[in-house]
Ligand binder design. Structure first.
Ligand SMILES: NC(=O)c1ccc[n+]([C@@H]2O[C@H](COP(=O)([O-])OP(=O)(O)OC[C@H]3O[C@@H](n4cnc5c(N)ncnc54)[C@H](O)[C@@H]3O)[C@@H](O)[C@H]2O)c1
Length: 239
């Protein structure tokens, strides 16, 4: 099982959850030191985990990383496209490099990873792709048109892959988290966070583990009749 952006946050929680259920997990991340530390910690708990430093925005690096994962694990049953960044700005202030980076990591990164694992999954005639999108990809958000475009694109790719790959035994689903406790949120101004929390019926942030439990389910055979689903884990934020 290959998880991108697995050094910390939601990706690390997905890796921990799936490893605890017996998966052999490949943790891929831009942060070379942290991803190695996270994989080491999992191995310390007796799990099967290995770290693979990569920038998912770089197609050549992704090809090399997936080759290394295949060499290490033999097969790739599941890909979790989780690596993501934000570079917030209102449209009038948005710079091209902010636009390009967010699309390159969140959208093109998922494409590069899926493109690189797909031959393996096709040969296996089995596989599960889980894309970590966002409620922002469904409804938009102030100051996040680049991120909204990337996440909406990820949802569109998920549904396209479900149609294209379903007949080959490969499923694709998307998770749309709302506000989840992580390093991404530290950049959000306190008043904005409080305003959003007032609109969450469950009245609190989600935890990475609460996203990971759905990712683990979608990755597993328990979800064998689910493909093309786009599921919110948002405490009711969008109601
Ligand atoms: N936290 C939230 O509230 C929230 C809400 C909705 C969606 N999401 C999505 O969930 C995913 C995980 O978010 P998180 O909150 O855990 O974030 P995080 O910042 O804690 O973790 C993201 C990880 O991705 C890695 N990463 C960044 N760019 C990369 C690249 N180019 N190549 C490889 N790895 C890269 C980072 O090093 C980091 O380890 C993201 O796709 C994010 O958009 C998060």
């Amino acid at each position: 099982m290959l998880i991108t952006g697995a050094a910390r946050g939601i990706g690390a929680a997905v890796a921990a959850r799936c490893a605890a259920e017996g998966a052999r997990v490949a943790l891929a991340d831009l942060d070379r030191h942290q991803v190695q530390a996270t994989a080491l910690a999992l191995r310390g708990e007796g799990r099967s985990a290995a770290a693979f430093p990569v920038d998912v925005a770089d197609a050549a690096q992704v090809v090399g990383m997936v080759g290394a994962v295949r060499a290490c694990f033999g097969r790739i049953d599941c890909l979790v496209n989780n690596a993501g960044v934000v570079e917030d700005a209102q449209l009038k202030n948005m710079q091209s490099d902010q636009w390009d980076r967010v699309i390159a990591v969140n959208l093109s990164g998922a494409y590069h990873c899926a493109r690189s694992v797909i031959d393996t999954m096709l040969a296996q005639r089995a596989g599960s792709i889980v894309n970590i999108a966002s409620v922002v990809g469904l409804y938009g958000n102030f100051g996040q048109s680049n991120y909204a475009a990337a996440k909406a694109g990820l949802i569109g790719m998920t549904r396209s892959w479900a149609k294209e790959l379903g007949p080959k035994g490969i499923r694709a689903n998307a998770i749309c988290p709302g506000l989840v406790h992580s390093s991404t949120l530290t950049a959000m101004p306190e008043p904005m966070l409080e305003d959003i929390l007032r609109r969450v019926p469950l009245g609190r942030l989600g935890t990475p583990g609460e996203v990971a439990s759905l990712a683990a389910f979608l990755a597993s055979d328990e979800a064998s009749y689910m493909s093309g689903a786009v599921i919110e884990v948002a405490g009711g934020l969008t109601l």
